[in-house]
Design a protein around this ligand. Sequence first.
Ligand SMILES: [Fe+2]
Ligand SMILES: [Fe+2]
Length: 248
Amino acid sequence: MPDPTESAKTNGNGVIKVAAIGDLHVQEDAQTSYRDLFGEISREADVLVLTGDLTNLGKPREAELLAEDLRACSIPVVAVLGNHDYESGCVEQIAATLRQAGVHLLDGQAVELKDVGFVGVKGFVGGFGRRMLGSFGEPAIKAMVAESVNEAMRLENAMRQVRAKRTLVVLHYAPVPETVAGEPPEIFPFLGSSRLAETIDRFKVSAVVHGHAHRGSYEGRTPGGASVYNVAMHIAKPTGRPYALLEI
Ligand SMILES: [Fe+2]
Ligand SMILES: [Fe+2]
């Protein structure tokens, strides 16, 4: 007996609806609860994707509050961490809390859900195109570039794990400059890295979602033509809601 809510969400061709939202920035003292939003998303979509900055200051309590709210979510949840989740040096505790809550937390891995491969990595800074930061000069600069290259390599390794025909790439940092447009140009290099797009373009992907650039733009493309969506909750989206709905 098919689940009626399931058939309302999928179109029968195996296409699934993915709700994607980033930068929830859950805080200890905030009055905001995401329970109603997660309930709404569970009725609208087949899978929920969270694109990092799940917590505001990377505190274990913030992750616990998010895990409590996620009890209202009845669909699978895929997530990556963001820079804010690293702020208090408690990233392992945060990851453990979310995994205990059933979240597929990806950090250089892939998970297959409903015949779609979800590939996740946080990504890193470094800038875009020919103006990317290069590995030259001081060891500190070289370390920064090495981290950016390393995230791209971890994304590549995760992409190679996918056996599904459809793939959604989940990032925190932006892979292209189009979706950070709207932010001050001076901070573009801190919002993402083209090294991620170079990796993505070596594979066939259905779409890419990211967050981090709260004042960026919703839609862009990699040089190879993959659709990129900035789903930070502050970005205006076609749904008119804080989350994007993508058919994959
Ligand atoms: Fe954020
Ligand atoms: Fe961020």
